[in-house]
Design a protein around this ligand. Structure first.
Ligand code: ADP
Length: 325
């Protein structure tokens, strides 16, 4: 390996910048040339890349988003698109690639490196959804959860002042990871997760019990992937049954993706970026770097994609119901 490139792809996540910084500086420390590719796979196809120096990544640890930009790139899904990307990488003499993104990004990376095995590829799990196999935590999940908690604490203040019931919808795609942790952290009265079914009748019973126990407000967190219904539908479904609360809905939306990365995500990003370059130097390819039991672990991209499902911790699910009585 003599020249590596780094890109961020798919959904952005806080922590991507600390990771880019670690890739660039670890590479340069080991006398590799490092190239930054803009806008994910689109930058490979458009030949939109630049040489990076230690100074290209100064003062970015605290920045949300990604200085390399990210994109969803349809042309990369075709053989022609991949061939153009390969041609550009070869023209620049790049023989190693670090891709930071989610499962879509890894699917593209695996296909690409099977087609062109002379380019080594290492993936870094970057998604707020925390839904990748092979890493207990993904980049951005901790920051997003903290952002959600901050927002819900504020909503709790106004809910309490007015005896309100809030349905708050949070991100996570098919994963309830953010919803579960935010729910425990904010003492939500109910947490609706894609990982467990909740009957509307039970939800109504819970809320009535809360009122009976003299709760002055109620917060129901709804994961966006929950199948019971979105926050608005749920609010409509309970409105007539729950007369004692004024029912409101808040969809937190894209604010959950932004913000300065937490200490945890800065360290995770640095650690995974460092590990990704070391893996390339050791001759690894088609692997993902992750963190398991606080140790760096390499998982085959194929295995990471096949296992996909990330299970929520049973004890957290049980506890969340007990602690909110
Ligand atoms: P994420 O990486 O966050 O899951 P996406 O699912 O949007 O985000 O994937 C990011 C990009 O990865 C896509 O825009 C596309 O360029 C590439 N990609 C996804 N699936 C494939 C595939 N089957 N083949 C090639 N590239 C893919």
């Amino acid at each position: 390996i003599s020249k590596i490139a780094v890109l961020t792809s798919g959904g952005d996540a806080p922590g991507m910048n600390p990771c880019i910084r670690a890739v660039v500086r670890t590479g340069i420390y080991h006398n590799l040339q490092v190239v930054g590719i803009r806008q994910g796979y689109q930058g490979l196809i458009d030949n939109n890349m630049y040489d990076m120096t230690t100074r290209s990544v100064s003062n970015i640890l605290n920045l949300g988003g990604t200085i390399l930009k990210t994109a969803r790139c349809i042309p990369f899904k075709s053989d022609e698109g991949m061939e153009i990307a390969y041609k550009h990488l070869k023209e620049h003499g790049i023989d190693g690639l670090v891709v930071i993104g989610g499962d879509g990004t890894f699917t593209g990376a695996l296909r690409f490196s099977r087609k062109f095995p002379d380019i080594s590829v290492i993936g870094v799990p970057g998604t707020i959804d925390n839904d990748l196999y092979g890493s207990t935590y993904t980049l951005g999940f901790d920051t997003a959860t903290n952002t959600v908690i901050e927002a819900i604490d504020k909503i709790r203040d106004t809910a309490d002042a007015h005896d309100r019931l809030f349905f708050i919808e949070v991100m996570g795609r098919d994963s309830g990871a953010i919803a579960l942790r935010a729910g425990i952290s904010c003492g939500a009265e109910a947490i609706l997760l894609p990982e467990r079914a909740t009957a509307i009748d039970n939800l109504i019973e819970n809320l009535k019990a809360g009122q009976f126990n003299k709760k002055s407000s109620s917060i129901v967190i709804v994961a966006e992937g929950d199948k019971t219904g979105g926050a608005y539908e749920l609010a409509e479904a309970v409105r007539n049954e729950i007369k004692f609360y004024d029912v409101k809905v808040t969809i937190l939306g894209h604010l959950q993706r932004g913000g300065s990365p937490s200490a945890f995500d800065r360290i995770l990003g640095s650690r995974l970026g460092y590990a990704a370059v070391n893996a390339l130097i050791k001759g690894e390819t088609q692997k993902m770097v992750g963190l398991e039991a606080n140790h760096i672990k390499l998982t085959g991209l194929e295995e990471a994609l096949n296992q996909h499902q990330f299970k929520l911790e049973e004890d957290l699910m049980e506890m969340s119901e007990i602690l909110s009585i």
